[in-house]
Design a protein around this ligand. Structure first.
Ligand SMILES: Cc1ncc(COP(=O)(O)O)c(C=O)c1O
Length: 377
């Protein structure tokens, strides 16, 4: 049987909670399950307020509204990321400025950020690739020196840490994804964490269609009114009910993924020792969450060949991001800060292996055998 790259898995009471939401006869946003998810995530994020969103993309779009990105403003980000990171900038009229990544983490190379800053730079968006933390101490220091906001694209990063600090608690704001491809899922879904208290009152307004409806709900105003930019960012209670059931088991699920990740690392290490491929070695102070297990083929030609040969052995391994700076919209809307040789090299060689909670020991052994076979051949 074919081994899928990803299979969405129920973790517990998803269907029961959806039923519960239906029985309450309120299934639009901001109900009981939204509050439960927001409280759960806020507890994880050292108490920072959380707003549930329809996706990580929409949480990123809220971030760039909050950062007041306007026409001509520049935002620094890696090119090795999903288009949503850059769309959030371009939708506000800003210019994405792409910086190269570091080969050990595939995250933005913090050493290159300062040279990319101009008088138009307003913010830095960091992406914690595969739940491995960016070098947040250095990045926060650069942002403080230059008066920039830091937005964490924490799409991959639930339950991952930088030292003792949970990812998502370190930038001015952070965006999570609960898309079905992530560790914890609700089909589509996301969340915005607001760590900078000065941004909270405006974040609530943006979330609620640009209105002060939450103030009205609290009895603080007599009617609610259109007061700022905004959109329909809250997910329905059906989505939130599903998500809450996942969050309840999110720590266990992360530990199970980590066990699979470490199995791959152990079993494939001899191939790296024999210089057949390269494996990830995240720094010790970046406690990741087993979101992605990747290897690097020796060349992009070999990567294409390996993906085909893995596919012939019924293993659905996949590549990852096409660098944004070389994509048609990236060339049209953005610019690079210098050349991006690491991004271009890694994007051509990366192979992600199947990793999901339904992957049995046998399946994983089959994947390992298939990788041994293609890497030696
Ligand atoms: C780094 C990154 N940011 C943002 C997104 C968008 O997430 P969503 O599908 O929840 O909008 C993704 C999607 O995979 C991603 O990989």
């Amino acid at each position: 049987m074919r081994i899928s790259f990803n299979v969405p898995t129920l973790l517990g009471r998803e269907l029961e909670y959806i039923n519960d939401a239906l029985e309450q006869k309120v299934i639009s946003g901001n109900g009981k399950f939204t509050a439960l998810c927001q409280e759960f995530l806020s507890r994880l994020m050292s108490g920072s307020p959380t707003l549930l969103t329809t996706s990580c993309s929409s949480a990123l779009e809220m971030s760039t509204i909050l950062a007041s990105i306007e026409s001509g403003d520049e935002v620094i980000l890696p090119s090795f990321t999903f288009p949503s990171t850059a769309n959030a900038i371009v939708l506000r009229g800003g210019t994405p400025v792409f910086v190269d990544i570091s080969p050990d983490t595939l995250n933005i190379d913090e050493q290159l950020i300062e040279a990319a800053i101009t008088p138009r730079t307003k913010a830095i968006i960091v992406v914690h690739y595969g739940g491995v933390a960016c070098e947040m101490d250095q990045i926060s220091a650069i942002a403080r020196r230059h008066g920039l906001l830091v937005i964490e694209d924490a799409a991959h990063a639930l339950h991952a840490c930088y030292g003792q600090h949970p990812l998502g608690s370190l930038g001015d704001v952070a965006a999570f994804s609960f898309h079905e491809s992530k560790n914890i899922i609700s089909g589509e879904g996301g969340a915005l964490i607001i760590n900078n208290a000065e941004l909270m009152s405006r974040a609530e307004i943006i979330w609620e269609h640009g209105t002060n409806r939450l103030e009205f709900n609290r009895g603080k105003v007599d009617f609610y009114n259109w007061v700022d930019l905004g959109s329909s960012f809250p997910p329905s209670e059906i989505t939130a009910a599903f998500l809450y059931a996942q969050l309840e088991h999110s720590r266990d699920a992360t530990d199970r993924r980590l066990a699979l990740w470490h199995n791959y690392a152990r079993e494939l290490q001899p191939l790296e020792n024999a210089e057949k491929l390269h494996l990830p070695h995240p720094p010790d102070h970046c406690r990741h969450n087993g979101h992605i297990f990747y290897l690097l083929a020796p060349s992009s030609g070999k990567r294409t060949e390996w993906l085909n040969r893995l596919d012939q052995r019924d293993v659905n391994a996949v590549s990852h991001y096409v660098p944004l700076h070389s994509a048609p919209a990236g060339r049209r809307f953005g610019r690079t800060a210098g050349s991006l040789p690491v991004t271009e090299d890694i994007a051509g060689r990366i192979v992600r292996l199947p990793l999901h909670l339904g992957l049995s020991e046998d399946d994983q052994s089959r994947v390992v055998d298939a990788v041994r076979h293609v890497a030696k051949g």
